[in-house]
Ligand binder design. Structure first.
Ligand code: HEC
Length: 282
């Protein structure tokens, strides 16, 4: 089983477990800071925590304890609120942690070299959740539909490259890449949401405008085409990606995750990971 299959599989199971947890168990009111309800639920059973991280880049590997992370410059993401596909807005929080860029540069100072631009940064948590960040999102100038696709959370179920998912015990998510989708058809599915779209909340015009979806579909329909001149650009003030160890000035405990990934450009919670314990650039 290769990693990308496990990635798809895990994310899909997470997404469906979330539906099940919400439907049958109800939500824990203290868990407003995360959409990863299944992860929180598991935590109640097994007291998961992550106090160290292994970072692997081009054969270099380094371990960091929580205390080692605190020796880096502190980076804050202020008043951040992610939207969960099922739960909606998840609550506003200020996060403090280490910048992912600084951590990666500490392991391999050449990680920002342009010849790594096809690589992905894969962050794995101890509950097996994977989050993937494409190199240009961290070190380049993230632009166009490929980036918007992650910002609004399509990656969570349809895969980081729109490849679709096909886990054994669940209905598959369709492959979205290279399908020649029509804007009106897809807009309708997303605006209706619910049973039209895998029980996901409808995407409101505020969360996903028609022109944003047009850019996403332009990329999905023409993945090899150059990004158009006037394409969407990530706001330079929203480029922080951190591994947080403090929430609202307080040390985090169990259910909050001790080392939590926050991607400031993301509007949806698709990469909002608890308990990150391994980071690999590959
Ligand atoms: C929580 C999981 C989830 C998220 C998030 C999600 N999808 Fe889906 N999507 C599905 C599933 C499952 C299906 C197939 C079942 C269905 O159509 O109800 C689907 C179906 C679709 C289809 C229909 C495909 C076809 O060929 O029939 C399109 C198009 C689509 N999604 C686009 C998107 C886009 C664009 C986004 C982001 C804005 C997105 N989805 C976000 C799970 C998701």
């Amino acid at each position: 089983m290769n990693n990308s299959f496990r990635l798809k599989n895990n994310r899909f199971i997470q997404a469906y477990s979330l539906i099940i947890v919400i439907t049958f168990l109800g939500c824990n009111s203290s868990s407003q800071n995360s959409d990863s309800t299944i992860a929180e639920h598991e935590n109640e059973k097994s007291n998961l925590v992550s106090n160290e991280i292994t970072v692997i880049i081009n054969g270099h590997s380094k371990n960091y304890s929580l205390n080692d992370l605190k020796k880096f410059r502190e980076t804050k993401i202020k008043n951040y609120e992610a939207i969960g596909g099922m739960k909606g807005p998840l609550g506003v929080n200020t996060w403090t942690g280490v910048s992912l860029i600084e951590l990666l540069m500490d392991v391999d100072p050449s990680v920002n070299d342009q010849n790594n631009s096809d690589k992905q940064i894969v962050l794995t948590s101890i509950d097996d959740w994977f989050a993937v960040i494409k190199w240009p999102e961290l070190f380049g100038e993230p632009r166009g539909g490929e980036v918007l696709y992650n910002i609004v959370g399509c990656n969570e179920c349809h895969g980081i490259n729109g490849e679709g998912t096909a886990p054994a015990d669940h209905p598959p998510t369709p492959e979205l890449i290279n399908q020649n989708y029509d804007l009106k058809d897809v807009m309708e599915i997303l605006r209706l949401g619910e049973e039209s779209h895998a029980n996901i909340n409808p995407f409101t015009p505020d969360q996903l405008s028609e022109s944003e979806l047009q850019e996403i579909l332009y990329w999905l329909n023409n993945p090899k085409a150059p990004v158009p001149e006037n394409a969407f650009k990530v706001d330079p003030t929203k480029r922080k990606v951190i591994l947080a160890y403090e929430m609202n000035g307080n040390k985090m405990t169990g259910a909050d995750g001790l080392i939590q990934l926050i991607v400031e450009m993301d509007e949806f919670s698709s990469r909002y990971s608890h308990w990150v314990s391994r980071i690999e650039v590959k």
